[in-house]
Design a binder for this molecule. Structure first.
Ligand SMILES: Cc1cc2nc3c(=O)[nH]c(=O)nc-3n(C[C@H](O)[C@H](O)[C@H](O)COP(=O)(O)OP(=O)(O)OC[C@H]3O[C@@H](n4cnc5c(N)ncnc54)[C@H](O)[C@@H]3O)c2cc1C
Length: 423
């Protein structure tokens, strides 16, 4: 089918809080179709499942999405890899793997995001020993500016710049990820973790499970903690308390009004694919009409960074659905916020209050300057090249890679110029 026939108006991001400016979107149904589209375009960017919160994906030219190309999953048990269409949702891939006894090392909070979009922004789950989702990548196949296919493998000199590439190196059509044998995970909630216990014990709290999330509203003295533990059997029971916080009974009242029926199951071990994500694939994740923001700080100074943010709690609270704190292990990816440093992600889900959030972001960013706070690439922020470039030591290598791969700048956009291009 001719991709031109499939062009439609672009519309909004998933949360309904960003209006794409591109003139239209082409829904490619095959790799050759992507190749033709790219070769014919002057400016083109890729859109995944629209779960980002800013203009990162946008373009003054055309958008293309590969989410309609069949997943065509290739499992290689010997190499312990799986290769999949880049537009495939993580939840679809996770179910495919689980049914065959295999697993990924981690998942983001929602399984609805595309593999290509998630790895392009360094999407992460949690766990002191878990790299972000991009660290599972073993090979990538892009459609380059001339429409040619180009594969980059782990070990190639440009690999470190090619995974979290923010869409700047072409349209990703196939992705190979590392897999491991399937495992069970049990998730439990601890309520009542006091700030006075959390701050001095932050590393120990985040090390208390395979994947740990701490939820706070900044104002209450107590946080609650979700601990996802890898277990060998469904009979393994969690510790009764965690630094003074007490284990929740699964029949306790909901955690928040906004979330509950869409969450994965607590209090009973189950497959990794249905416990590591917070949200179920068959339900609408999070709250829907929302804005998200997240900043990363090095883990060894994270407690001090949290202290620096607490005075803003009163201003933040009326606009905040909640804050989630998660850890990510260090990696070697050039644009990773965890490049060579384990980090704490300080995440904010905001109500759809754009004016209030616009006033709060500069204050949050100012409070985090001393701690090298750097944005999640896919979330709303006010940071620009002036503050971000000094935090990324491989930035010149990245622009060199972009210039070699896409000399005409077909895949770059205003967002990349604003936040990453050296002046
Ligand atoms: C409810 C909710 C929960 C979230 N939870 C988490 C979380 O737990 N952890 C976390 O880190 N983030 C989280 N996010 C953010 C989200 O994971 C990232 O923004 C992710 O990049 C979204 O993937 P996407 O497929 O929607 O990509 P899009 O938002 O559509 O695009 C993101 C970027 O990827 C590029 N891209 C997309 N597909 C391709 C491709 N095939 N080839 C080349 N480039 C491509 C785009 O050009 C753009 O630069 C959440 C978002 C929402 C809405």
């Amino acid at each position: 089918m001719n991709a031109d026939m499939l062009r439609t108006a672009v519309g909004l991001n998933w949360a309904g809080t960003y209006q794409y400016q591109a003139a239209g979107i082409a829904h490619a149904e095959s790799i050759p179709e992507v190749q033709r589209l790219v070769a014919d375009a002057d400016r083109i960017r890729t859109l995944g499942t629209r779960h980002s919160f800013n203009d990162l994906a946008d373009t003054t030219g055309t958008l293309v999405t590969v989410t309609s190309i069949p997943a065509d999953v290739e499992l290689d048990p010997t190499a312990r890899t799986v290769t999949v269409g880049a537009g495939t949702r993580y939840g679809v891939l996770a179910d495919f793997l689980e049914e065959r006894g295999w697993a990924l090392h981690n998942m983001g909070s929602l399984p609805h995001i595309s593999v290509g979009g998630a790895i392009s922004t360094g999407t992460h789950g949690s766990g002191n020993r878990n790299g972000n989702l991009s660290t599972a990548v073993r090979a990538l196949t892009f459609v380059g500016p001339d429409g040619d296919l180009r594969t980059v493998r782990k070990g190639d000199p440009d690999f470190g710049g090619s995974v979290i590439a923010l869409g700047a190196l072409g349209v990703l059509v196939r992705v190979t990820l590392a897999i491991e044998p399937s495992y069970l995970v049990r998730q439990d909630v601890y309520r009542g973790l006091h700030w006075n216990e959390l701050l001095p014990n932050l590393l120990a709290v985040t090390a208390s499970g395979y994947s740990v999330s701490i939820f706070t509203d900044w104002v209450s003295e107590d946080s609650h903690v979700w601990v996802k533990q890898r277990v060998d059997s469904v009979d393994v029971m969690p510790a009764p308390d965690l630094f003074g916080a007490t284990l929740d009974h699964p029949s306790s009242p909901p955690l928040t009004d906004a979330l509950d029926s869409n969450l994965t199951e607590f209090g009973i071990a189950g497959p990794w694919a249905h416990r590591l994500p917070h949200f179920r694939l068959d339900a609408t994740p999070s709250v829907g009409s929302e804005i998200q923001t997240e900043y990363f700080v090095d883990l060894d100074i994270a407690a001090a960074a949290l202290q620096a943010l607490r005075p803003l709690g009163g201003q933040m609270k009326p606009h905040l659905v909640g804050t989630e704190l998660r850890t990510t292990a260090a990696d070697e990816l050039w644009l990773s916020p965890a490049h060579r440093q384990p980090v704490l992600g300080i995440h904010f889900t905001w109500h759809n209050h754009p004016d209030a959030v616009a006033k709060l972001l500069p204050q949050i960013e100012q409070a985090l300057v001393l701690y090298g706070g750097r944005t999640h690439w896919g979330k709303l922020h006010h940071q620009t090249a002036g503050s971000l470039i000094p935090l990324y030591e491989r930035i010149d290598d990245m622009w060199d890679l972009i210039a070699r791969t896409d000399p005409g700048g077909k895949f770059t956009n205003d967002h990349l110029d604003r936040v990453l291009r050296p002046r």
